[in-house]
Design a binder for this molecule. Sequence first.
Ligand code: CP
Length: 329
Amino acid sequence: MSTFFRGRHLITTQDFTNEEIEMMLDLAKELKIKFSYGEPTPYLLYKTLFLIFFDESTRTRNSMQAGIAQLGGTGIFLTPDKMQIAHGEVAKDTGIILSRFGDGIGIRFCKFGQGNKYLREMAAHSKAPIMNLQDDVYHPFQVLADLMTIQERFGKNLRGLKVGISWAYAESHLKPLSVPQSQILLFTRFGMDITLAYPEGFDLMPEIVEQAKKNAEKFGGSLKISHKMEDAFVDADVVIPKNWGGFFVSDNPDEIRAEQAKHKNWICTEDLMKLTKKHSIYMHALPADRGKEVVDSVIDGPHSVVYDEAENRLHTAKAVMTLLMGGRF
Ligand code: CP
């Protein structure tokens, strides 16, 4: 199986076919079952993975570090301030050297306008797979876990599933565009009908929206844009209300925050959940700004699958590492 995957970079799910995505998820499901039995899965024995985090993380860092350990390998956690990156070492030089030392490199770099460029520069020179642990454009590991969670609830045929992806207010930090962008790109490829709702000005990157529309056309999904939060909830099977920064509103973070503050009413409430189908699920990549993006009674309530979604980060991370780092036989 791994001959199709070994050595390939994962910058975006767009680089993999639907069949390949299904293979990743099938392996993730198998690993999840084995993990629940306590069955060893030493597919990456003696392999080394470097994990460079420019930004904070709970789920991504720990799913990768726990995952590589459970596969028999070693994860080395690195931060740029303790590397020569802090003294100006370029992505090419870091990538060439680390890929001579080990078998994979994971990177999180979310700075708008910089992260994806940095990853692509490193991918152009690294002989080991580069794994995007979230940049300013994509969050492939999150969206794979999201798709796995949706498949667990609704099965593999997701054609016509109604998914509402909505902006929501937050104060904690300016959240990247990468989660909703990855979701509209991948979910349209599996035939889902997406309503994307956000206040005027909080646009996603136009080229990503265009690509998602092309995906929808090719694979039988759809993508509608609205500026009313309710539209993402009406009759939805899945709702994903989550903040993202208004990076096209302004370059100035204070101005973006001021603009966000005009939309404090964009919060996921029980009244909004009543507009969804009875069996609907509430998803969030986490961390959530409780009381701002969502009320506690929804995120802790019967529709919420946020902890299953977070757990699936481990299983999908292990599947991707196994396939790209080539240890499966
Ligand atoms: N969803 C997600 O990527 O979580 P972390 O920021 O904690 O890694």
